[in-house]
Design a protein around this ligand. Structure first.
Ligand code: F3S
Length: 394
């Protein structure tokens, strides 16, 4: 790979041991994937934030880097943490877990990382532009930024994203290159998609079929950004889709080559079967919405449904701290809390230790959450649209 003089210096250790180590990782990645050069990144989003996923080794690694004075060079946001960083005690998160989670956050903060903890950074102040090169790691955020915004990122791992943040660069390969962003399978959708959960079911089904290919959707008549984020998140979870195109809806559809692609048809039958497959439980102990993290529109929808009602079981909606603050101001938080629900910030149902909090069956409207909850959190899952989930609790 061609390196600039400045980059050679980093590799020679002239900018310290931490940068040398991390830059070496980026060079190795670039060599593996055939990158010709490094490119500057506009922003970074780092995964591996919950203490549940990083554990003691991750915590020690982060504290070590922070203690050596490592500082990020570009705007860097974080994936959800393992708990609500302000209301963890009230929500029943275990104390020992909280202590370690706070240490993880402190280490990130010391490195100059904005301690945002969200999988929807684009809703919380980290919005890339069309064709901007970025290095993000949360799979649903990668999918959204590549597909809906038209920014360019590979699906980074935690360490490679952190390296990109500290070095301000990433190797130029994969989805950074226009020729690698071409679709290689067509998905013809012949079913009405009304709820976000329908988009989640579609995404789950397609992800399973296409694995890491780039789908080009036809037949989706309309979708708002919440529905597209649900679609992309599910495809990234059940498969490894990091970019998709939707005819007339996403920005690169007129530019890509889509003739002669193998076609997969999706009808009501496939969608119904997916709902059935994702349902392993009957009566949820808790309903958790907001995967990926809820937008203000999704929070306001829940507030509308809960106005004046009394919940029998807990209902959470997960979101970023920024959206929560907007919801506080709009009075949505008060409505949801009066009904007995909670807006939970900074975390989500998958990366928080809900299995340690006594929950066994979780109701979700997200294809991604339905995919991960059984394995990550030992949960039975009720996968349904928001109306059915909330109806069952009031
Ligand atoms: Fe976000 Fe957690 Fe879902 S990280 S995409 S809310 S599993």
């Amino acid at each position: 790979m061609h390196l600039t003089k400045e980059e050679e210096k980093i590799l020679d250790g002239e900018e310290g041991e931490v940068l040398e180590r991390l830059f070496r990782l980026l060079v190795r990645l670039g060599d593996i994937y055939g990158a010709e050069k490094m490119i500057p990144v506009g922003s970074v989003q780092v995964a591996g934030v919950s203490y549940k996923s990083v554990g003691d080794p991750g915590l020690a690694f982060l504290e070590d880097m922070a203690s050596k004075g490592a500082k990020v060079k570009v705007l860097t946001y974080l994936n959800p943490a393992g708990m609500d960083l302000e209301n963890w005690e009230k929500l029943g998160f275990p104390k020992d877990f909280a202590k370690n989670q706070i240490r993880v956050m402190d280490a990130f903060k010391k490195m100059g990382i904005v301690v945002t903890s969200t999988c929807t950074p684009y809703l919380a102040g980290n919005l890339p532009r069309f064709r901007e090169h970025i290095a993000w790691s949360e799979s649903s955020a990668v999918s959204f930024s590549n597909s809906v915004i038209g920014a360019r990122t590979n699906r980074e791992g935690g360490p490679s994203a952190l390296a990109a943040a500290l070095c301000g660069r990433t190797p130029n390969y994969g989805l950074h290159l226009w020729e690698k962003r071409q679709p290689n399978v067509k998905i013809n959708v012949d079913v009405n998609l009304d709820f976000s959960s329908d988009f989640g079911a579609l995404g789950y089904f397609v992800g399973k079929q296409v694995k890491n290919k780039i789908p080009y959707f036809t037949g989706i008549k309309d979708a708002n950004t919440d529905q597209l984020k649900a679609l992309g998140a599910a495809m990234a979870a059940s498969g490894a889709v990091a970019l998709y195109h939707v005819e007339n809806l996403t920005p690169e559809t007129d530019l890509v080559e889509k003739d002669g692609l193998e076609t997969i048809n999706v009808s009501k039958k496939e969608l119904d079967e997916t709902y059935e497959k994702l349902n392993s439980g009957k009566d949820p102990d808790i309903v958790i919405l907001g995967c990926p993290h809820a937008s203000l529109r999704e929070i306001s929808t829940l507030a509308d449904k809960l106005k004046g009602k009394h919940l029998k079981k807990p209902v959470w909606i997960c979101t970023s701290r920024m959206m929560k603050e907007a919801a506080d101001r709009m009075g949505f938080t008060e409505i949801i809390e009066k009904a007995g629900g909670n807006i939970v910030a900074d975390t989500c149902m998958v990366v928080s230790p809900i299995e340690r909090m006594g929950y066994k069956t979780t109701g979700v409207n997200s294809g991604k959450a339905a995919n991960y909850l059984p394995g990550f959190c030992k949960q039975d899952v009720v996968f349904a649209n928001i109306d059915k989930l909330v109806e069952g609790q009031v």
